[in-house]
Design a protein around this ligand. Structure first.
Ligand SMILES: Cc1cc2nc3c(=O)[nH]c(=O)nc-3n(C[C@H](O)[C@H](O)[C@H](O)COP(=O)(O)O)c2cc1C
Length: 291
């Protein structure tokens, strides 16, 4: 999740839930002009590790730049390339990328086709159920399949619904029924039990978890560790970010996001309240505030 997670988060979450996670993917990488180089894409991907397949997610609206970047992503080591048609951020919409393309299903199909044709690894697409309504959902899903994508991830919310609850899972079921490629369900999976519930209610073979992976990194296995273990997890995350490429300000910002998500989801009780912890000027002060 762009701005709040990174490659060290993905690796740590996989290690926290051994054998429960089949695929991991980078945050979106915005593609304009020129295409992104193999070196930059390698940095986004980070070091690959045992277990899941590793994807790089690209977002943009220029099919040629996306196609070349996808080829570079494969050369950088991506096992698959995912195309983002779900982001509702105003800055992204201004540039007619992300979920803006849901309003132009033929244009979206052309982009996916161009990427599939030039990319030597499987290409997948992530969509929302629609922009302002879900009337084009089946058409969009079928175009994704027709363009050659090997899997489709459907976030059940509309663009206009942003991240509000509830997320209508019946839309995921509609996509499952509309295509023959595997549909990965996404949106509103907040507990371990929700994983199985989404699969049985919608028929999707796999589930993608967004924010709850941050608020409860044990959601995949269903373990429920004690408070100290959660704090130890945060310490490992902080150390790994520092060992990786995040600068101290970025690392502290992401650490605070994790604390905020955990506290808001009541997965971590904060001795001195959230506002106090979030004011911490250093990671040491932050951990002090938790104790
Ligand atoms: C801050 C933030 C950043 C996100 N960044 C990405 C992103 O880079 N790529 C992506 O596919 N989805 C991104 N998402 C969307 C999530 O992956 C997910 O589709 C959405 O939150 C719904 O799933 P959830 O209810 O399990 O969180 C982001 C969401 C948030 C809140």
């Amino acid at each position: 999740m762009e701005g709040i997670t990174d490659r060290s988060f993905r690796k740590l979450v996989v290690e926290t839930n051994p054998s429960f996670i089949g695929a991991v993917c980078t945050e979106f990488v915005r593609i304009t002009q020129p295409p992104l180089s193999v070196e930059k894409l390698k940095l986004e991907l980070g070091e690959k590790f045992e277990g899941p397949v590793h994807g790089i997610q690209l977002m943009g609206n220029n099919s040629q730049m996306l196609a070349e970047s996808a080829r570079n992503a494969a050369e950088a080591g991506a096992d698959f390339v995912d195309l983002n048609f779900g982001c509702p951020a105003p800055r992204v919409l201004q540039h007619c990328a992300g979920s803006a393309l849901l309003d132009d299903p033929p244009g979206m199909e052309k982009i996916i086709s161009a990427v599939v044709q030039s990319c030597p690894v499987p290409v997948t697409a992530k969509i929302r159920a629609g922009g302002d309504d879900d009337s084009n959902l089946e058409d969009i899903a079928q175009r994704v399949e027709q363009a050659g994508a090997t899997a489709l991830c459907v976030h059940g919310r509309l663009r206009k619904e942003k991240y509000t609850d509830p997320c209508a899972w019946n839309r995921i079921q509609r996509a499952v029924e509309a295509v023959t490629i595997p549909v990965i369900g996404n949106g509103g999976v907040d507990t371990h039990a929700d994983i199985e519930r989404m699969r049985s209610e919608t028929g999707c073979p796999a589930v993608m978890i967004g924010r709850a992976a941050l608020s409860n990194p044990w959601i995949f296995s269903g373990e429920n560790p004690k408070r100290e273990t959660r704090i130890e997890w945060l310490k490992s995350y902080a150390n790994r970010m520092e060992e990786g490429s995040a600068n101290p300000t970025q690392a502290l910002g992401r650490l605070k996001q994790a604390v905020k998500y955990m506290a808001n989801a009541r997965q971590l009780v904060l001795a001195n309240g959230l506002a106090f912890s979030l004011r911490s000027p250093t990671k040491e002060a932050l951990f002090e505030s938790l104790s």
